[in-house]
Write a protein that binds this ligand. Structure first.
Ligand code: SAH
Ligand code: SF4
Ligand code: F3S
Length: 440
């Protein structure tokens, strides 16, 4: 029997990127499916979706409109919605788009081979049960490239920030066993991977109960297991971020001193309405601990503008916090009400134009700080992990420093390959990128 071609398109966060690799692993392990990167050749197109803001879902509806074109060319094409939007909207998706025949939530990917098979005979398939135990720890992901790997160490979230759909789309927190993680890390190193990013909605909550291993100790073990790999992790929650974690980062050279620590709002009143569980003062204390412990560090964050009832004064406190911490980068969003969350019951009372102007103010200040921070890199020599040609000019390649800064350098003679570690002298910079020359 010829294999069916499956094309998976990923939206949303790194966890979704990883889940697409898990699903590809599950499907390609059977002898029925082949993963393709060409939608025009596909028998199945699966969109791995995000629900975090309304815009993320609008993007998917627009994409479904485009997919009609593929369906016209191939009458047998089956389209599926998987991931967070599948979990949030469940069977309602079928009525929103007649193109969709498959709906699979993030904890049900093991059922995909069977659901795909059945859909070929014309029936619709849905699997959206959330699990308290599923971690896919025995599944070998089908990874796309051989330099940098994602590895989910925990799934789900118990925090229930009042604005956030993730606890509903991803279910409760659960951790993968420490042994299965270390085995996979060892394998990645043997296969020549140079970097691994440990993923979780909340990595600080990682806990292997049986072996009594928490996140800082997991990090230490991972760092020891793969001394030649760069170790990264996202996302940290300020409430659960322990001093021991900061110490662990400091103990190992191969743990990257890059910390993504979302603060969301600088106002204690808004933080409380958001159910974040910490105050501005607590957050700043964690930042101080990072700055005092690590010789070098890079900080990034997430910020939401225009949460219900946010006043100019609250907004100003957010701006002040940005200026006080001086993050290297930030993901900045307008508040988007999500049905089913606690904040949805609050009146979304900040007018759109106010949300936009506050967001723009945040972006402007943060970009200026990013630019100034990057200027301090000029003249330094940094170890860069070579990744790929830059988007703009193919003879210029990009890579990253340990502090997660993107560096562009000349590679006209194709001297450097993906996965190489090179020393680069930084000559110039802007708010997003460093530019330099490789030292021989
Ligand atoms: N698990 C991670 C990421 C969650 S989603 C964490 O807890 O940090 C990524 C970011 O999207 C959040 O940090 C938040 O800043 C933003 N976000 C989540 N829900 C949102 C909403 N309803 N409106 C606007 N931004 C939102
Ligand atoms: Fe969402 Fe909060 Fe959980 Fe992050 S910690 S995933 S923002 S509920
Ligand atoms: Fe989006 Fe789901 Fe990630 S809602 S941000 S894809 S966990």
């Amino acid at each position: 029997m010829t294999k069916q071609n499956v094309y998976i398109e990923t939206y949303g966060c790194q966890m979704n990127e990883y889940d697409s690799e898990i699903l590809a692993g599950i499907l390609s392990k059977t002898d029925k499916y082949n993963i393709t990167d060409k939608p025009e050749n596909a028998d199945f197109i699966l969109l791995n979706t995000c629900s975090v803001r309304e815009n993320a879902e609008i993007t998917i509806y627009n994409r479904l409109e485009h997919l009609k074109y593929y369906k016209k060319k191939n009458k047998n094409l089956v389209v599926g919605i998987i991931g967070c939007m599948a979990e949030r909207l469940r069977k309602d998706i079928f009525s929103k788009s007649e193109l969709v025949k498959i709906v699979i939530g993030p904890d049900e990917y093991r059922l995909a081979p069977e659901i795909l098979q059945n859909s070929m005979a014309g029936s619709t398939g849905i699997a959206v049960r959330l699990s308290r135990v599923e971690t896919y720890e025995d599944i070998e992901p089908l990874r796309k490239e051989g330099i940098s790997a994602w590895l989910a160490i925990m799934r789900g979230c118990n925090h229930f920030c009042s604005y956030c759909v993730v606890p509903y789309t991803r279910g409760r927190e659960r951790s993968r066993s420490v042994n299965s993680i270390l085995r996979e890390i060892e394998q990645l190193q043997t296969e020549g991977y140079k970097e691994v990013t440990l993923l979780g909605q909340n990595v600080n909550s990682y806990r292997d109960e049986q072996n009594q291993v928490d996140f800082p100790n997991l990090l230490r073990k991972v760092a020891q297991t793969a001394p030649n790999m760069r170790i990264r992790f996202v996302t940290s929650h300020p409430l659960d971020m322990s001093d021991d974690l900061i110490e662990a980062i400091n103990e190992y050279d191969n743990i990257c001193n890059y910390i993504h620590l979302p603060f969301q709002s600088g106002s204690n009143r808004i933080l409380q309405l958001m159910n974040r569980g910490y105050t501005r003062e607590h957050y700043l204390k964690k930042i101080e601990k990072i700055k005092n412990t690590l010789k070098e560090y890079s900080l990034s964050t997430d910020i939401i503008a225009g949460f219900p009832t946010e006043t100019e004064e609250d907004h100003k406190q957010t701006l002040d916090l940005i200026k006080e911490v001086r993050f290297d980068g930030a993901f900045m969003f307008k508040y988007s009400p999500r049905e089913g969350t606690k904040a949805y019951k609050l009146n979304d009372d900040i007018p759109e134009e106010v949300k936009i102007s506050r967001l723009n103010e945040i972006i402007e200040i943060q970009n200026q700080i990013s630019k100034e921070n990057n200027q301090t890199e000029i003249g330094k020599i940094r170890e860069v992990l070579v990744e790929k040609p830059s988007k703009k000019k193919p003879n210029e390649w990009m890579g990253r420093t340990k502090l997660n800064k993107v560096v562009i350098f000349d590679n006209s003679n194709a001297k450097y390959n993906a996965g190489d570690l090179v020393m680069v002298k930084i000559n110039r910079s802007n708010s997003a990128t460093l530019f330099g020359e490789v030292l021989e």
